[in-house]
Design a protein around this ligand. Sequence first.
Ligand code: TYD
Length: 211
Amino acid sequence: MSGLFLTFEGIEGVGKTTQLQKLVTWLSERNVPVILTREPGGTALGQQLRSIILDPSTRFHSKYTEIMMFMADRLEHVAAVMEPAIREGKVVLCDRFIDSTVAYQVGGRGLPADFVAGLHSLLPLRPDFTVLLDVEPEEGLARARGRAKLDRFEQETMAFHRRVRAQYLEIASSEPHRVTVVSTTQLNVDAVFDRILEIVTPILNRSGHSL
Ligand code: TYD
């Protein structure tokens, strides 16, 4: 049985967190060794970075500061949490990873793609498989904005979120073997989860985690 690294991606309010919680419960009930983690904030240092990055009062003066904070979070997270878990044969479920940086910092903020790819070459691992949950930005943002206080990204313009979504869809079309898009439009939570199980079950079986 080998470790497996699955990431979930998508814009604000698409329902990643809910689906990941359902999946971790489903796997635990079947005795699959699994951890659920997230970016930013998967380590103690990452929690501190997260609160700075998401705080609406944070103002960065260089256009590169934000991505460096996401990268510091990711480097620590991979080394301290993800690599060891994968080595132990666990299934690692991560709420956002590299694709978020490409979608938000390249698509949303306009940083050069090759610069971001260069930073990611520092990482020793890539996701085995990615579920991209997709929704119209208007629908996702309405959901996210119905929650508590808005963070720094939720306060961004609709145009920003449209660019993020477009970049996500571009990643999916350029890496169809790794990334599967699940549209959540007009689907309730259980229907989306059924679709996720259809996708993820064969991948788990192939890696030796019989269900
Ligand atoms: P979070 O509350 O985790 O978002 P959600 O609940 O929608 O998953 O906030 C993380 C925010 O950080 C989210 O708006 C996306 C953004 N982000 C980036 O811009 N770049 C990144 O590399 C990552 C990991 C997140």
